[in-house]
Design a binder for this molecule. Structure first.
Ligand SMILES: [Zn+2]
Length: 207
């Protein structure tokens, strides 16, 4: 059997102690070398521009920018901030007090009332006209997150569903963007693919 000599063990311990003392003494300098002081300002500025322009009526809370300062790795910190924004988006609550109470007669058309009644699984014949009316009523914005939508990407959502007796009255419909439609759908898997996540992650990677 082979035994290490006492000298060897003592010198190894001394070396380890020396290395430990060195690391401890110069820990701040070492940290700077490992994580150079990369400023996150360009990233934060791009992120805020995106969130404020894309969701003009939703006030994101940016406290995470301060609270994440203890994270030394700038890349990890950017993802912490990004994920916080995405979580806030997922938690947006619809303001029910803004639900429309009625649709003025002058904004209705001749077949409007007749086509409000559901006919089996078919959409009303004037469905495009209804989508357009919703689009104009909400000033081209998603009812939940306030992002701008266009008529082709508008997802009408029933406040009271067909199975609960809901009808196609405009006051029972709100326009949603693709992301909000996914988040409010019955299929939670859909919500793992959100445009906001793709866009914010691109900002992380490109800044
Ligand atoms: Zn939305």
């Amino acid at each position: 059997m082979y035994f290490l000599g006492t000298d060897y063990i003592v010198s190894s311990i001394l070396w380890l102690l020396a290395i430990f003392a060195f690391v401890f003494t110069f820990r701040k300098q070492i940290k700077k070398l490992l994580y150079p002081q990369i400023t996150l300002d360009p990233f934060i500025s791009k992120l805020k521009t995106y969130t404020e322009k894309t969701y003009p009526d939703f006030k994101f809370d940016y406290t995470i920018i301060e609270t994440s300062k203890s994270e030394n790795n700038p890349e990890l910190r950017k993802y912490m901030i990004a994920d916080d924004m995405i979580d806030q988006f997922k938690r947006i609550q619809i303001d029910r007090s803004r639900y429309p109470k009625s649709t003025p007669k002058e904004l209705q058309w001749s077949s409007y009332v007749f086509n409000c009644e559901p006919h089996r699984d078919k959409l009303p014949k004037d469905w495009m006209q209804r989508k357009n009316a919703l689009f104009l009523r909400e000033h081209r914005k998603c009812f939940r997150c306030s992002t701008y939508i266009d008529i082709t990407t508008l997802h009408p959502k029933m406040i009271r569903s067909l199975k609960d007796g809901g009808k196609y009255y405009l006051e029972n419909l709100i326009p949603l963007c693709g992301d909000c439609d996914k988040l409010l759908s019955d299929n939670p898997k859909k919500s793992s693919f959100l445009n906001i996540k793709d866009t914010i992650y691109q900002i992380v990677q490109n800044s």
